[in-house]
Design a protein around this ligand. Structure first.
Ligand code: ATP
Ligand code: MG
Length: 414
């Protein structure tokens, strides 16, 4: 017996409809915000993530599924969606001015070698949004609106929006200094990762999940107090744009996000009860140029679909049902099976979902099966029906029976 790899999950046929329903809602929200889907490969050259996501991040430092392919190239399964989109954007010359802003979304599997625990998978799925070309803070707010609209559409009320600005590399230089000074006395007692971050990228320390580190971080200086004039104005503009459309938020200076490419606005939607981050995003104005494209401001988010599912279920969201046939056509004996198969094939070709026996079951067992799979109507075709061309259409919920010509079945059921 071979088991499923640690940290992965099957979506079984009786349950997968819920993911489909969420994805459908996400695509619908993308449609009204005028986004088109971008599909990029599941794997990329490892170099893309080293340069794009940054080698001081948890993702690149510890979590990537990286391997050499048979041509000795270093390949990595996507650990996030943004770097691949940026690569495609540059490679396909999407940066022509007239087509800006480019508004895209994706739904993709994401692979991270994490310690499996509640809410953490080694393969999860993300709905992500990417708006390229506009530096305006209204664009940051539009991206937040997309995430918020999706959560509203699903019926989720328990998440809170936290925002912050982590400024530009210039502001961050000053801030990193201040943070180092603040942490200097305590850094010895902090976790191994934080010690490393202290040297390479102190801002990342604020993202640490260790209790002791979190405690120390509570008194840290706030990055919002170290923003340059332009970044400060941008942050004000972001808040104003959220205020204008009535989106509530809390400024949380400890939100810094786990990826290196962020600049200025960052935000997260977090559940109140269990502090689960469902959606994280922000602005990354330097990503495209870091990857060799011409400087292009960009902003987006990634939303974890498994986490969205968890809270959608908690909220009692309507996530549909498995497919069930409109009609089950039972046979009394083998003689009618050719006729039935023809009728069922025709029904299906006309868009009516129909089912018949594939298991050589008795009539009684067929009826039981039809009930179990939730057929809306049942028809029994025996010798008599085959001869007269007339059958009885029974509605399962009410028990109502209607006499009808077999050839009229399609029109009736459509
Ligand atoms: P954390 O700080 O909790 O590790 P992150 O910063 O790594 O989160 P992002 O890279 O922003 O998370 O990913 C965006 C979203 O994808 C998260 O908000 C979450 O909903 C989801 N997500 C991230 N990692 C996982 C995982 N291992 N399993 C399931 N969902 C995940
Ligand atoms: Mg993580």
């Amino acid at each position: 017996m071979i088991n499923i790899p640690k940290g992965t999950k099957d979506a079984l046929p009786q349950d997968s409809h819920a993911f489909l329903a969420l994805e459908k809602k996400a695509r619908e929200v993308a449609r009204v915000f005028n986004l088109n889907e971008i599909r990029t490969p599941t794997f990329e050259h490892t170099e893309l993530f080293l340069r794009g996501v940054g080698d001081t991040t948890d993702i690149v430092g510890k979590e990537m599924y990286t391997f050499l392919d048979k041509g000795e190239r270093s390949i990595t399964l996507k650990p996030e969606g943004t770097a691949g989109v940026a690569r495609a954007y540059i490679e396909n010359g999407m940066d022509r001015n007239a087509s800006l802003p480019v508004k895209m979304y994706y739904i993709t599997p994401v692979f991270r070698y994490e310690r499996p625990q509640s809410g953490r998978l080694r393969e999860h799925h993300q709905f992500g949004v990417e708006l390229y070309g506009s530096p305006e803070p209204q664009t940051d707010a539009e991206v937040v609106q997309i995430a918020k609209t999706l959560m509203d559409t699903v019926g989720i009320e328990e998440t809170k929006l936290f925002i912050n600005s982590i400024g530009c590399p210039e502001c961050r230089k000053l801030y990193n200094e201040a943070l180092r000074n603040f942490l200097a006395d305590n850094i010895e007692s902090m976790c191994k990762d934080c010690k490393e971050r202290y040297v390479k990228n102190p801002l990342r320390i604020l993202d640490c999940k260790e209790e002791h580190c979190k405690e120390i971080n509570k008194g840290a200086p706030k990055i919002t107090e170290y923003l340059c004039e332009e970044c400060k104005n941008h942050f004000e503009g972001f808040k104003k744009a959220l205020d204008e459309v009535g989106i509530e938020y809390t400024v949380n200076p400890n939100i810094v996000r786990g990826l290196d490419y962020y600049t200025r606005s960052v935000f997260e939607f977090v559940t109140e009860a269990d502090k689960l981050t469902v959606c994280g995003g922000g602005r990354y104005d330097n990503l495209v140029s870091m990857l060799g494209g011409k400087p292009t401001p960009a902003v987006g988010f990634g939303m974890g679909l498994e986490r969205l599912m968890m809270i959608a279920e908690r909220a009692g969201a309507d996530l549909g049902k498995p497919n069930a046939p409109k009609v089950y056509i039972a046979n009394l004996s083998d003689e009618q099976s050719t006729l039935i198969r023809k009728v069922v094939y025709e029904l299906r070709r006309q868009g009516v979902s129909a089912e018949c026996d594939l298991m050589q079951r008795s009539l009684k067992a067929q009826m039981k099966y039809a009930g179990r799979i939730g057929a809306e109507y049942v028809v029994v075709i025996g010798e008599e029906e085959a001869k007269t061309g007339e059958c009885e259409l029974k509605e399962m919920a009410t028990g109502d029976v209607k006499k009808i010509k077999i050839e009229k079945l399609i029109d009736e059921l459509k």
